[in-house]
Design a protein around this ligand. Structure first.
Ligand SMILES: [Ca+2]
Ligand SMILES: [Ca+2]
Ligand SMILES: [Ca+2]
Ligand SMILES: [Ca+2]
Length: 354
């Protein structure tokens, strides 16, 4: 209830980086068609998702062959370096814009909103419900790249027509019991059906008659894998860069520009007046929890008192928090200050103890 109340309040954007309800990142720092024959990596205006499993001759391509990798810098709008659990993330949505363009005038791929079992996508294809879902996963790195050093123009690492190699970066899920990162780019060869973090839902899309761009929304299931998916986003906000991978096992024989899902990248916004770059929307509220123990206790109250200042004044700094940090954690009514109204809200939500 509190969450709903906060979400409908007008968002006051101060010069400071603040946590303020829905935070929108409308242009990625990096977006890239992660595909062996993309000879202009990072700079193409469109990127598409498809699989390689429909052709028995493709033994060295990754099953999820056309992948979209996206990264947004978040540190200009969201404080970094807070304890991960103090990021009170309520929802995460990724929005891609389905492309139509001069070389792809009509979008005509089938929509499937449910996961297909891996064996239906193994050769020969036996998938009975037409189309394959657009699936969003986390992004892992290694052995060549890291969270920090990969950029959209980085050299391709993955399977191609010569050799089967794992992708780097790679789409992954968390192992249900150990929490380890499990590659999903070869989920058919590896004979398992990963549960995606989200399945893309097109809005206002009419297959075969679609001549204008349209949004496809991916609402992330943060509770998946015992909330490890939320942990992933908390860690990435803490570090200032959020990654997502969108893949599909779309059955295709000829990689023509129609027949499988194609989306605009940030370089593609000139291709159509309604083209949009991949967008990230995170609903995030100030937690009042500076030590990240998921409680509002005495330790938090102590730091909140350091941050407290009058209405409409720059708060703090606290002992561990900067002025921006004070707003991120303790501006509970999200009006750009830390004052007695915030303190009152804090008291209402006080958990007791530390
Ligand atoms: Ca790009
Ligand atoms: Ca299907
Ligand atoms: Ca706490
Ligand atoms: Ca306030």
């Amino acid at each position: 209830m509190t969450h709903r109340l906060i979400a409908v309040l007008p968002i006051v954007l101060s010069a400071a980086a603040a946590l303020a309800g829905e935070v929108v990142f409308d242009t990625p720092s990096d977006d890239r068609w992660h595909y062996p024959f993309n000879f202009d990596p990072g700079r193409r205006g469109t990127a598409s998702c498809f699989g390689s499993t429909a052709d028995p001759n493709f033994t060295t391509f990754n099953d999820r062959d056309g992948i979209i990798l996206i990264a947004w810098r978040t540190d200009d709008q969201v404080c970094t370096d807070l304890p991960p659990k103090s990021y009170d993330i309520r929802s995460v949505r990724v929005t891609l814009t389905g492309a139509v363009c001069s070389v792809c005038p009509v979008a005509d791929w089938y929509v499937d909103l449910t996961t297909d079992p891996w064996f239906n996508l193994d050769y020969p294809i036996t998938d009975s419900d037409l189309g394959q879902p657009l699936e969003l996963f986390g992004v892992g790195f290694g052995p060549d790249y890291t969270y920090s050093n990969w950029v959209e123009t980085s050299l391709y690492v993955g399977g191609d027509d010569q050799e089967l190699v794992p992708r780097d970066p790679f789409p992954f899920i968390f192992d249900a019991t150990t929490g380890a990162m499990v590659h999903v780019e070869d989920s058919v060869k590896d004979q398992f059906t990963p549960t995606p973090w989200s399945i893309g839902v097109p809005v206002g899309y009419v297959r075969g008659h679609q001549t204008v761009p349209f949004p496809v929304n991916f609402d992330v299931n943060l509770a998946l894998s015992d909330w490890r998916v939320r942990d992933y986003f908390q860690e990435q906000l803490r570090s200032g860069r959020v990654f997502a991978a969108v893949t599909a096992l779309t059955v295709t024989f000829k990689q023509a520009p129609t027949g499988f899902p194609t989306f605009f990248t940030k370089e593609g916004i000139a291709l159509h007046p309604d083209a949009r770059a991949p967008r990230l929307t995170i609903d995030l509220v100030p937690s009042g929890d500076v030590d990240g123990n998921e409680r509002r206790g005495q330790a938090d109250w102590k730091e909140m008192r350091n941050c407290l200042d009058g209405p409409d004044l720059t708060p703090g700094p606290g002992v561990v928090l900067s002025a921006d940090g004070c707003l991120c954690v303790f501006d509970l009514d999200e009006d750009g200050d830390v004052d007695l109204q915030d303190a009152s809200r804090f008291q209402q939500r006080f958990s007791g103890g530390n």
